[in-house]
Design a protein around this ligand. Structure first.
Ligand SMILES: C[S@@+](CC[C@H](N)C(=O)[O-])C[C@H]1O[C@@H](n2cnc3c(N)ncnc32)[C@H](O)[C@@H]1O
Length: 539
């Protein structure tokens, strides 16, 4: 939906204090050096001064440059308390030409006030599988949560058709303006110079060194890595704790932001140091941390891609965070392993229902495309039966993809955050050597046990956990909340549940962390706005 908006272009004259609802900085490679309006820090300062205290600040640009502006905004949060909120990946038409992964997204990084963040909820129409015609997203047993007006917007925008080289496409600007809660938002556009980024310095031995492999080491990764020789691993992979307060056995996953970033930089330094001259590095993290890793790692390695792992999570909130970042670097600019034959993935036009995949195969329908920097065909592990006792186990398919893409048989695959051993197991299955570390004895033992099973049986048998079924399912509770909303014409309260629901309040509080979260899970707010629209139409 197109919204009316008032647009100004930046010049020192138009900038007035806190005037704009939205400020969009967009990276421009066409700004001649002698026309640079100001440096990065000055421009960011003007952007922050021009935005209203409850406004939105965006940076749009190539994934290699936009993080520099984003970290500058974070760094100047004392000007106004604006902080990183989302890295939105805007899918573009593919840009070919560079070796390796095809570039197919631009970064749109959103910063918002820390406390008073306001944004309109936008829905985009459902899309359907080209083969079976069903909704692209498999809602499974959650069909009752499907909103007829479409899906909530996620942080991967796949529905726009924009050119990579266009500096600020009109469709992107329209979508940005629709996010403002204001009827006619005032928007300031600021052209940001595309800087020439410094080349990485190689401070360490560039000879290949030998290291003992096929080991699972118990210990602190920074201490262990300091003992490893420089230039000794072919593929270094990191999936660190994301500072989300997850329940690990020993590691405390809740540090202050600065402390977390500085801890990450200590192990990232060791990671780049131990890479072989032809080695590759992949780092998974939340986009919020990846912008900082990017500006740090650029000092040491060659940036290849900002990979958006669109892990198909559930729609939640105004704009649902659906993806993780995978930063891809190489030690050498051009000499590194990249197995093109594995650079394929499923086309985004087809669904992932196994019945549909089988039919497509039978009918010879080609559903593969060249691998780009948005990966969408690897969901997170959903079913308890496929996971170990660990808060964030990665799917083995993700590791298989990275290992197949960037290593040769016999290569050494390193992972300093072993967890349930996903990396080591995938490496072993694929005929590579592994070296992995975890600070927790439970995870080290679990991994050793799984490796032993793999040796013995060639597979890791999964014991299906026969959990007792709860008396009332979450779905039944959600449907009941929707029924109550319809009946009352407003949000049900806990008291309403006590007097009108067929299930006791306790059932909701056992199934959901709180009553508010039960309402959110049932999407009653959406239902309510539909009811009020229907009422308006009747009047
Ligand atoms: C996100 S998990 C890794 C999950 C893993 N990729 C998997 O698929 O199971 C992070 C792991 O890092 C471990 N860890 C945390 N701090 C560590 C440290 N200083 N040294 C080594 N391991 C650490 C935690 O115990 C946890 O198992």
């Amino acid at each position: 939906m197109q919204k009316r908006c008032i647009i100004d272009n930046y010049s020192p004259q138009v900038v007035s204090e806190s005037h704009y609802d939205i400020v969009v900085g967009y990276v421009s490679s066409q700004l001649p050096l002698d026309e640079l309006p100001a440096g990065r820090s000055e421009l960011v300062g003007s952007m922050l001064r021009s935005v209203s205290p409850s406004g939105l600040v965006f940076v749009y640009g190539e994934p290699d440059m936009a993080p520099y502006y984003s970290t500058e905004i974070d760094g100047q949060s004392q000007v106004k308390d604006f902080v990183f909120k989302y890295y939105i990946a805007v899918r573009t038409l593919p840009r070919y030409g560079k070796e390796g992964l095809v570039e197919s997204h631009k970064a749109l990084i959103l910063h918002t006030p820390r406390d008073t963040f306001k944004m309109s909820k936008v829905r985009i129409p459902h899309s359907y599988c080209r083969a079976c015609g069903q909704n692209l997203r498999d809602w499974g047993g959650k069909k009752h949560l499907m909103h007829p007006a479409g899906v909530a917007l996620s942080d991967v925008w796949k529905d726009l058709s924009v050119l990579y080289d266009e500096e600020l496409p009109a469709d992107v600007l329209d979508r940005i303006s629709s996010l403002s809660p204001k009827e006619t938002p005032r928007i300031l556009l600021v052209r940001l110079p595309r800087e020439i980024l410094p080349s990485p310095t190689i401070e360490h031995a560039v000879d290949t060194m030998q290291v003992d492999a096929n080991r699972v080491i118990l210990g602190d990764c920074i201490e262990v890595m300091r003992q490893l020789p420089a230039g000794s691993v072919d593929l270094a992979f990191a999936d660190p704790p994301y500072n989300l307060d997850k329940a690990y056995f020993s590691y405390d996953d809740s540090r202050h932001n600065e402390e977390y970033i500085s801890w990450c930089e200590q192990w990232l330094f060791e990671y780049q140091r131990i890479l072989k001259p032809t080695g590759s590095l992949f780092v998974v993290n939340l986009p919020k941390w990846a912008v900082h890793h990017k500006t740090y790692l650029d000092k040491y390695l060659h940036f290849q891609n900002w990979i958006v792992w669109d892990a198909l999570s559930e729609p939640r909130g105004r704009l649902m965070p659906a993806h993780y970042t995978i930063l891809y670097y190489t030690r050498h600019q051009a000499e590194y392993v990249f197995n093109k034959e594995h650079a394929i993935q499923m086309s985004p036009d087809f669904c992932m229902r196994s019945s549909c995949i089988r039919t497509r195969k039978k009918q010879g329908i080609s559903d593969e495309v060249t691998l780009s920097d948005i990966w969408w065909d690897i969901p997170r592990i959903k079913h308890k039966k496929f996971r170990d006792v660990h808060p964030c186990q990665l799917p083995e398919k993700l590791m298989e993809k990275i290992i197949a893409l960037c290593t040769k048989p016999g290569d050494i695959v390193f992972d300093a955050f072993c967890g349930t051993g996903t990396t080591a197991l995938a490496a072993k299955k694929m005929g590579r050597r592994y070296l992995t570390i975890d600070i927790d004895k439970y995870y080290v033992d679990l991994t050793l046990n799984k490796l032993e099973l793999l040796d013995k049986w060639g597979i890791i048998p999964r014991v299906s956990t026969n959990r007792e079924r709860p008396v009332v399912t979450k779905k039944e509770l959600q449907l009941e909340l929707l029924r109550l909303t319809n009946q009352l014409g407003r949000l049900p309260t806990e008291a309403d549940v006590k007097s009108h629901s067929k299930y006791p309040l306790e059932a909701y509080l056992v199934a959901f962390p709180s009553f508010g979260k039960a309402l959110r899970a049932a999407k009653v707010h959406g239902q309510l706005s539909q009811i009020s629209q229907e009422l308006k139409m009747r009047v």
